[in-house]
Design a protein around this ligand. Sequence first.
Ligand code: HSE
Length: 400
Amino acid sequence: MISAAVLGYGTVGGGVVEVLQTNSDVIARRVGDEINVKYILDLRDFPGDKNEKLVIHDYDTIVNDPEVKIICETMGGVEPAFTFSKKALAAGKSVCTSNKELVAAHGPELIALAKENNCNYLFEASVGGGIPIIRPIVNALTSEKIDGIYGILNGTTNYILTKMEKEGARFEDVLKEAQDKGYAEKNPEADVEGYDAVRKLAILSSLVYGKNVDYNDIYTEGITKITPEDFAYAKALNKTIKLIAMGRETKDGRYAMVSPRMISADNPLYCAQDVFNAILLHSDMLGDSMYYGRGAGKLPTASAVCGDVIEMAKNPDRHLALIWDAEKQEIKSKDTLSQQYFVRVAGGDTAAVKAAFGDVEFVAVKDITGEIAFVTGVMTEKEYADAAAKISGIKNMIRI
Ligand code: HSE
């Protein structure tokens, strides 16, 4: 029997215990041994819970118990999760986690510590919830050069944007409704400003490049400025608006950005609605491949954590190579990134727009007056900024 401990008996931790107990027979068959949850660490007690006797409050009991080989860190936040994870790895215990804040901040250090101690630090659940996306990148696609990552990596914002599109509703109203229903956090900043998505993008790009992408180096723009009018124009263009976490390798270097984008109906990401996540990878041999599913929630996230538990249980005393060096990966300034832009300008001076942007495609929507909207040709961010400075009254710009 292999003993495991779960740190944090909240939504995800509770899900991990549930999956390990509910599917204990199939897991035992696949691992070749039973996995037993020996401890659950939490500050709280859980009287009446069927696992209440497993709940303890002292982490050292876990880290000093030689029977415990696997630790599931489902606490969230950087501390004390970082300290607990380091102690476990230093003691030769493998750790798996859903904690994107910790992985984005300290991934290389924890992986190196796991290597030193011949154990593992795995984090499939930190990106895309239940969607297997890390294992494809580090295993299935290892013969490929991945040059494009395009992800809908945040369920809350995808839910809000989907509602805005379907109901013509305003951002503030949908956010409030989502908060009332418990879908969105009371403090929604991390989701709606893109801070959650940028950490997940930093994790994926670091694994693709093998070097550390610092999420602080990634330009990040959230969805708070998106309006129903923007969706009306998107519809006229046969497009929709999604919060896209983009990593792109070009001959000039490696770019990363989180921002709203207008995407066409023929883009596979177009179909990812509501709380679903989707990640479209482009690699040199396979071409496009897409990974789709539930990016959050108790059992989907727990499922990914348990996948790591099984991987670690099948590989006792063996470090599974994961290349994410501490060396910094340079991310190019967005100034030289090329793309098209959808732009709305107050007034009706089409001549000024043409003088600033050259050839553009104007788009009109019935009932929206007092402004002009257009799609630019392909230009760099710097060229866009220079052109935009030549006209006044820009109401919104969405990258395409
Ligand atoms: N707040 C995140 C989301 C949870 O909405 O996707 C999963 O990381």
